[in-house]
Write a protein that binds this ligand. Structure first.
Ligand SMILES: Nc1ncnc2c1ncn2[C@@H]1O[C@H](COP(=O)(O)OP(=O)(O)OP(=O)(O)O)[C@@H](O)[C@H]1O
Ligand SMILES: [Mg+2]
Length: 243
């Protein structure tokens, strides 16, 4: 996947959250985004998802600009699987219906085809027994796996994850990271914001460090974690890896 940014700026109110980013990021399968809190990682991911638009600049993905206007923008969004930190699922719908919803409403599948596709996705992630439960009666790890199953079920071009494990305890975190590693081994294209440095190091093909509204460094994980050129990156990693 090749992500090209030309002068990308995003402001909220008076605050410039991403500041004239120009960068070409090319990776075979998995890109990890790391960096300090408030640095702009989630904003960057939401731009890639087409959920928000830049105030200036353009983003192209594999040579195609992210469309600025619907219906092209709606079609673009519909082909991306997105999983956020928490509160992903509709609380009033079962796991199955959470997955079926986009399939029938956005992708135009018939109800029976949507059920088959959703059940297949649940079964793949050992969730078939939980199909009829609402999110409140699932564990946090199961909930996130349902959210991932939903993202996969739409047969996305690529997947975006924003700290999918940060609201989970260590065992559930491991459960979700194992699932992400499985997706990685299937050579799916994913971009992942993560605080799990071990996971970024061992699973990502490429790591981008975002801080203060800029992409400060993009490199292979062994170089970012072993010999980062940028002192901001080195200081950040020294702090987060100390404990
Ligand atoms: N919708 C919004 N309205 C106003 N300010 C926002 C909005 N979204 C993000 N910001 C601000 O933009 C900056 C970057 O936020 P962002 O969520 O992208 O950071 P982040 O790197 O994902 O941080 P974290 O690691 O804590 O999730 C922050 O200062 C944040 O307060
Ligand atoms: Mg964030």
């Amino acid at each position: 996947m090749k992500v090209e940014l030309h002068g990308v700026t995003k402001r909220f109110g008076g605050q410039t959250v991403l500041n004239r980013i120009t960068s070409t990021i090319e990776f075979p399968h998995t890109l990890a985004l790391i960096g300090p809190s408030g640095g702009g990682k989630s904003t960057f991911l939401r731009l890639l998802a087409g959920l928000i638009a830049p105030d200036a600049g353009t983003i192209t993905i594999d040579g195609e600009p992210i469309p600025g206007e619907s219906p092209a923008l709606r079609r673009y969004r519909a082909r991306i699987g997105i999983v956020f930190q928490a509160f992903n699922l509709f609380p009033h719908l079962s796991a199955l219906d959470n997955i079926r919803l986009a399939l029938t409403e956005v992708h135009g599948l018939s109800p029976s085809m949507a059920t088959t596709r959703a059940m297949d996705a649940l079964a793949r992630f050992q969730l078939a027994d939980h199909a009829h439960k609402r999110p409140a009666t699932l564990s946090g790890g199961q909930r996130q796996r349902v959210a991932i199953a939903r993202a996969i079920a739409i047969q996305p071009k690529f997947l975006l994850f924003d700290e999918p494990t940060s609201s989970l305890d260590p065992e559930m975190t491991a459960e979700v990271l194992e699932l992400l590693a499985t997706l990685r081994s299937e050579n799916r294209t994913m971009i992942l914001v993560t605080h799990e440095m071990g996971f970024a190091r061992h699973t990502a093909d490429l790591v981008a460090f975002i801080s203060g509204g800029s992409i400060e460094e993009v490199d292979a994980p062994e170089r970012i974690f072993g010999e980062a050129k940028n002192p901001t990156v080195r200081n950040f990693l020294a702090r987060v890896l100390r404990y």
